[in-house]
Design a protein around this ligand. Sequence first.
Ligand code: SAM
Length: 208
Amino acid sequence: MSPDNLPFSPAAERNAPPILSELERLLPARGLALELASGTGQHAAHFAAALPAWQWQPTEAEATALPAIAARCRHLPNVRPTLRLDATANPWEGMPPEVDVVYSANLLHIAPWAVTSGLMRGAARHLKPQGLLLLYGPFIVEGVPTAPSNLAFDADLKRRDPAWGLRPLAAVLEEARHAGLRLRERLQLPANNLLLVLEREPTAAAGP
Ligand SMILES: C[S@@+](CC[C@H](N)C(=O)[O-])C[C@H]1O[C@@H](n2cnc3c(N)ncnc32)[C@H](O)[C@@H]1O
């Protein structure tokens, strides 16, 4: 696959630098990150290039997306071969058993609620104690007026699939709590997006 011919997401290109600024602040010097829903692979390539002491494991549920992710990251020695992973699977077969970070951007609202549950449980199974689950995207925050652009996006998602839509932050955090993950930081990023920083409780059970 030619590097000039890869699928490209303008949104992923725009949001990568502000997310990276937070990663640089939050992450220790080195570690292993497991990314879910890598999409075009732009985030994997951007972050792995900027954080060379980190190993990056891209994954995608959509098998047809894998070759482009691999092609985009081919020049980066710290990006592992792209793997197929559906967040709802249990177990997450073939994934590194212990990771420092699980990262996913713009997944929870473009998938049924089972993906949120699966992601939380899988992250709790694979994160080291006090490892971080980082979730980027738009959410509905109780008591905070939702931006008109996010309301329109939510309506459009629900038209495309009634099981999709922006997730209420409280419900997401409740699901996280059940899995043994607690909110450490809620960061406001540009264009009405949040970066949720969740930490695996030292005692979190790696149950189903
Ligand atoms: C809007 S794209 C986001 C891609 C990328 N993370 C980004 O920010 O540009 C949503 C991605 O979620 C993936 N996806 C959908 N359902 C999934 C699931 N059950 N498990 C893992 N990934 C899934 C899709 O294949 C798609 O690549």
